[in-house]
Write a protein that binds this ligand. Sequence first.
Ligand code: GDP
Length: 198
Amino acid sequence: LNYRTIRFLTSAPTLTECPEDSGAEVAFAGRSNAGKSSAINALTGNNKLARTSKTPGRTQLINFFSLSEQQRLVDLPGYGYAKVARAMKDEWQRHLAEYLEQRTCLKGLVLLMDIRQPLKEFDIHMLTWAVEAGLPVHILLTKADKLKNGPANNARFAVEKAIKQLGLDRGVTVQTFSSTKKAGLDKLERKLNAWLAP
Ligand code: GDP
């Protein structure tokens, strides 16, 4: 698959407004600032694609990008702004859970976490929903360039161990990733190719 030919398809505020549930889709999720836009940009070579709204309180949209007629990447907005009202967070979490549980064409979830602060509350929620829904998850430990190789690998082992202890490791893989160094792109592409294969 050529991720450089990706095109913006549509934005949807709720599950009912998503494109038709057919073909194959992979979703990207992460807390704000996890490095999701940078990772999608590095993958697609398109700097404007994932410029998600970072304005607190604004309507969060699910953004759909098409790779082909029947293959899509989906950018799920992260939350984590202190200023977003509790009620809005709750509503957004409902939409997210609904999307993960009910979307038949969803083949996998890429969950991005800053390698220096992995497995926060949001990450555990997402992992729990995905694993309980039987959805495979690929964890990207982002900004790995901030650590030397040894500590970066240790961080990966620690995450693998922690999710095992939580009983949240079924169908879950973990890799280190750096958008700035373009490190780990091959591995990510192989995972996406496998999930999106017809
Ligand atoms: P998003 O909110 O998840 O979309 O995060 P962004 O992609 O906007 O990144 C948040 C911040 O982390 C920005 O200041 C980026 O420049 C920085 N960042 C993202 N990826 C990397 C990376 O691989 N290495 C380093 N050092 N910084 C990164």
